[in-house]
Design a protein around this ligand. Structure first.
Ligand code: ZN
Length: 108
């Protein structure tokens, strides 16, 4: 089969410092600034900030679509949904605890 498009060289996405190229803001950034991905070389093609901005924008443009997608995911993976809720709840409680502690220390 003939090769379609330009050849994809995975090394071209990295600079000499081992930083990765973001295809959206066109900057090189350290690998921890990229979300892991199941596609490509295991990392998102866009950096975290670009991906977050994109997801936020998409949600504002079509909230019902995103909510439907989230509901479909939750219905398909009930165990994963519970695990997510558990972790989010734990983070929420830890933050409350931290804030209460912090306020106590301020009023002392
Ligand atoms: Zn970016």
């Amino acid at each position: 089969m003939a090769q379609m498009g330009r050849p994809r060289n995975p090394l071209a996405r990295f600079n000499a410092e081992g930083e990765r190229w973001c295809g959206h803001c066109c900057l090189f950034m350290p690998l921890e600034q990229f979300y892991p991905s199941k596609q490509g070389d295991g990392y998102d093609n866009w950096c975290r900030e670009c991906r977050k901005a994109y997801v936020r924008e998409r949600y504002h443009a079509h909230p019902e679509q995103d909510l439907a997608r989230a509901r479909a995911w939750a219905a398909r993976y009930p165990a994963r949904r519970r695990a997510h809720r558990r972790i989010a709840n734990r983070i929420y409680k830890a933050r409350l605890r931290f804030e209460r502690q912090w306020q106590r220390e301020q009023t002392r």
